[in-house]
Design a protein around this ligand. Structure first.
Ligand code: 6PG
Length: 478
């Protein structure tokens, strides 16, 4: 029987996706550059379903039903181009090439356009959920043509995570839309983890609560509005004790956070779109600062702290919880707002309710909160910003006193809370009647004749600063 899907690249993610397809009743053709990986997979898991062993890409293509679906799961970047180059001559019009790696959406746009010229579909799919998700049900964000989704979507929906019986997979939009949305998911993932880190630091350095006790606190938090995968695993990591030293595990880990690039890509893209994702950006920068270990060790003894004596409020732990929730909401609001800007820029019809819904299960940022976010964007009147949706507007209003107390306490104590504070600044900036951007415009006009708009008239103006300071109508030059 011909296979319904072929998978090339059988490292853990590719192998687990292949097994997931097979466990769901599909016949899966397997290929890997070195055949040992294919054989190892078959030896360990061959009984889980119907697999077809192949040794070359030509054999893989031959094993597939038409239209052929070939899923590539190799390292993002040139390895993807190299596999595509070898595959294309073997395929026929209407076949579908799928890239399930964390590829940059611009690469996906380029590859989609190039393959479309040859009559082939190229589908970049964002897959979230790590190794376990790939095997048991990830959250899947497919881009590419609508037509390709008709042939591919049912398979992806079948292997995806389910929440309330609904698949955590839906067609996102053309060309690179799927990889774009996955990238923003990762940006939110970075901010989510950073706010958790800031809460941990405040409780530890501010209130002197050790990791074991904090594990219990996070476990409790996971029962309420913060309920999410990342809060759940925070409790697990904090409870873990290092076998070698008997110390809390978190204390034996080098405090320098790695990054593979998707968080950085989110921020670069946001800068290009003019999208203010300050919380996400601060979380990427926080990883950057953590990695400058040499400068940090020199600064430790050399730079003054000037911390103030602060009496922590009795409700400090609850304050931190509320600040964490409010800051987390801001990072979701920023990420979703960035999607709105990208939709306009790239001509994608991104449905924020569907995106929030498919993030409810399988992915790293899965959280109870996403159910309400889905509801907010599914409502008749969609909020211009998530924070304006009635439920979230009220939740933030309730958390505000605690949020402000936590940020000012952190500042007094010298505990860095870049995302707690950037989120609060974004919130205050968003709601402010007049921003100092008016002064910025005045300065730009003075030194560069960049012009400005007036609050009381249409058009663009310039003041003759080096003349009699009279105002003239101007052509907008920015
Ligand atoms: C997911 C994750 C995953 C990502 C890792 C590592 O959704 O399953 O986002 O795709 O690769 O989380 O990312 P960093 O190394 O950049 O932290």
């Amino acid at each position: 029987m011909p296979a319904q899907i072929g998978v090339t690249g059988l490292a853990v993610m590719g192998a687990n996706l292949a097994r997931n397809f097979a466990r769901n009743g599909y016949t899966v053709a397997l290929h890997n550059r070195s055949v040992e990986k294919t054989d190892a997979l078959l030896a360990a898991h061959g009984g889980e379903g119907d697999f077809v062993r192949t040794e070359t890409l030509a054999e893989l293509v031959d094993a597939l039903e038409v239209p052929r679906r070939v899923l590539i799961m190799v390292k993002a970047g040139t390895p993807v181009d190299s596999v595509i180059e070898q595959l294309v001559p073997l395929l026929e019009e209407g076949d579908i090439v799928i890239d399930a790696g964390n590829s940059h959406y611009e690469d996906t746009r380029r590859r989609e356009a190039a393959l479309a010229e040859k009559g082939l579909h190229f589908v970049g799919i964002g897959v979230s959920g790590g190794e376990e998700g790939a095997l048991l049900g990830p959250s899947i964000m497919p881009g590419g043509s609508r037509e390709s989704y008709d042939a591919l979507g049912p398979l992806l929906e079948k292997i995806s995570a389910k929440v309330d019986g609904e698949p955590c997979c839906a067609w996102i939009g053309t060309d690179g839309a799927g990889h774009f949305v996955k990238m923003v998911h990762n940006g939110i993932e970075y901010a989510d983890m950073q706010v958790i880190g800031e809460a941990y630091d405040l409780l530890r350095s501010g209130a002197g609560i050790g990791p074991a006790e904090q594990a219990g606190i996070f476990e409790e938090w996971n029962k309420g509005e913060l309920a999410s995968f990342l809060i759940e695993i925070t409790a697990e990591v904090l409870a873990h004790v290092d076998a070698k030293t008997g110390a809390p595990f978190v204390d034996v880990i080098v405090d320098s956070a790695g990054q593979k690039g998707t968080g950085r890509w989110t921020v670069v893209s946001a800068l290009e779109l003019g999208s203010p994702v300050s919380a996400i950006a601060e979380s990427v920068f926080a990883r950057g600062l953590s990695s400058q270990r040499d400068q940090r060790s020199r600064a430790q003894g050399a730079l003054a702290g000037g911390e103030a004596e602060v009496q922590l409020p009795v409700e400090f732990v609850e304050d931190v919880r509320q600040a964490l929730y409010a800051s987390k909401l801001v990072s979701y609001a920023q990420g979703l707002d960035m999607l709105t800007s990208a939709a306009a820029e790239y001509g994608w019809d991104l449905k924020l309710d569907e995106i929030a819904s498919l993030w409810r299960g399988g992915c790293i940022i899965r959280a109870e909160l996403l159910k309400e976010i889905t509801g907010a964007y599914a409502a008749g009147e969609r909020p211009a910003n998530l924070l304006l949706a009635p439920a979230f507007r009220d939740a933030i209003a309730a958390a505000l006193p605690a949020w402000r107390r936590v940020v000012s306490t952190a500042v007094q104590l010298g505990i860095p809370v870049p995302v707690f504070s950037a989120s609060l600044a974004y919130y205050d900036g968003l709601r402010r009647d007049r921003l100092p951007a008016a002064l910025t415009q005045g300065l730009r006009d003075l030194f560069g004749a960049h012009t400005y708009g007036r609050v009381d008239a249409e058009g663009t103006f310039h003041t003759l600063w080096s003349g009699d300071k009279s105002e003239v109508a101007a052509v907008d030059t920015h």
